[in-house]
Ligand binder design. Sequence first.
Ligand SMILES: CC(=O)NCC[C@H](N)C(=O)O
Length: 130
Amino acid sequence: MIVRTLEEIIDTENNVVADTWNSRRFLLKKDGVGFSLHDTIMRAGTETTMWYKNHIEAVYCIEGEGELEDLSNGRVYSLKPGTLYTLNGHEKHRVRSKTDLRMICVFNPPCTGREVHNQDGAYPLVEEEL
Ligand SMILES: CC(=O)NCC[C@H](N)C(=O)O
């Protein structure tokens, strides 16, 4: 069994800070459970364009207000606590945060730790052995 707390992660390298978000990474590839799980804050007043070509990501909003745009068809959805989106078609998308948005993010295949978006908005696929 793996038991972790946010307090334990916050001052470690598993709190990954990028320009518009920071991601507290609770479970990673090395944990061997088949997915990674992150508690992520998208900062108020920012927008982030992403395109997870190599991963499926599910995102569950638990705090804040914002907007999600599916850039494959222009549809716009509001984000608020209780909203889940899943990029099962690897859709290019954009998140606009009106307030800080707190999102629980699950990735398959799991992230390995330090990933931040490349120029396409993707995370590279790391094929390292455990
Ligand atoms: C919602 C979203 O994808 N935010 C970007 C950060 C990423 N999900 C992460 O936690 O690594």
